[in-house]
Ligand binder design. Structure first.
Ligand code: SF4
Length: 282
């Protein structure tokens, strides 16, 4: 005779399933055992190259003049990582609009309590380059847009120094609601919100992801290593290139570090095939 599931456990399972449903995650089985056995010891998550998005899903925005088209994606070797296990699979037919709708007036973590506006992300939905920051600040919280305060202005300068404009790239954060007093997002908040970031990145499917600061780098790379240990070095992240660099807010406090960030951004430019501008660092 089958064992009955206790009511409290059943309620918990139902709640968890509803949460995954909100995230549009419907497939729950996957044989990862073989992959894990073959996975190399590495702190950096990697996964097979995501398949190119169907052109029919969203309107194609013009690519910036000086940004060449990405070469066809080469099949990546199957490797695996213990990180991001519940969200390894892409959500079929996902779009940024759908992700925004799934978020709704989100109350999934405590950050919703102090929020004015949820800051989803902004920019080109087909960008080759995505910047990921930590979370909204006061200006972002009021306007509902990422990186619009002082640090945002510096980020805009950095983007323009690369020969691009903000509308050419996509900008978002690990958490979408402002942490009180601009504190660092707590682990439970990152864990609750980051699945939506992963969905955004899978939908946009950029060639390069730039993590701005330790929070974004740790969240995506699933590592506790200090950012200074791997800043400026290419990381393989879910079949894409990831560059961790300092957050613009840190650069406002430590202007000499701008030179390091500019070196990192020049590596990104080279990877994207962008010509190195003649102007000096921002
Ligand atoms: S930070 Fe993310 S998970 Fe938390 S309430 Fe805001 S949108 Fe929801």
């Amino acid at each position: 005779m089958p064992h009955a599931i206790p009511e409290s456990l059943q309620t918990k399972i139902e709640e968890r399933l509803r949460y995954y449903q909100d995230l549009n995650i419907r497939l729950f089985y996957r044989d990862r055992v073989a992959h894990r056995a073959a996975a190399p010891e590495t702190p950096v998550a990697s996964r097979p190259e995501p398949s190119p998005r169907s052109a029919a899903q969203e309107p194609v925005l013009p690519r910036p003049k000086n940004m060449p088209a990405a070469p066809p994606a080469a099949p990546a070797p199957i490797t695996s990582s213990a990180a991001l296990s519940l969200f390894e699979e892409k959500v079929p037919g996902d779009t940024l609009l759908k992700i925004r709708e799934d978020l709704g007036e989100c109350t999934r973590c405590k950050l919703h309590k102090g929020r004015n506006k949820l800051v989803f992300g902004d920019g080109n939905p087909h960008a080759q380059l995505v910047f990921v920051g930590e979370g909204p600040g006061a200006d972002e919280d009021l306007q509902g847009l990422p990186f619009v305060g002082r640090a945002g202005k510096l980020l805009t300068q950095m983007i323009e120094a690369m020969g691009l404009q903000r509308k050419d790239v996509y900008i978002c954060n690990v958490v979408k609601c402002r942490p009180p007093e601009n504190r660092t997002p707590e682990p439970d908040e990152v864990q609750t919100c980051s699945p939506f970031l992963l969905r955004q990145l899978d939908v946009i499917n950029p060639k390069v992801v730039v993590c701005l600061g330790a929070c974004a780098s740790k969240a995506l790379l699933q590592t506790n290593r200090g950012i200074s240990q791997y800043r400026g070095e290419w990381q393989d992240w879910r079949g894409r290139k990831l560059m961790a660099t300092y957050h613009p807010a840190y650069l406002l406090r430590n202007p000499p570090a701008k030179a390091d960030v500019w070196k990192d951004l020049q590596k990104v430019m080279a990877e994207l095939g962008l010509p190195l501008p003649k102007k000096k660092s921002p």
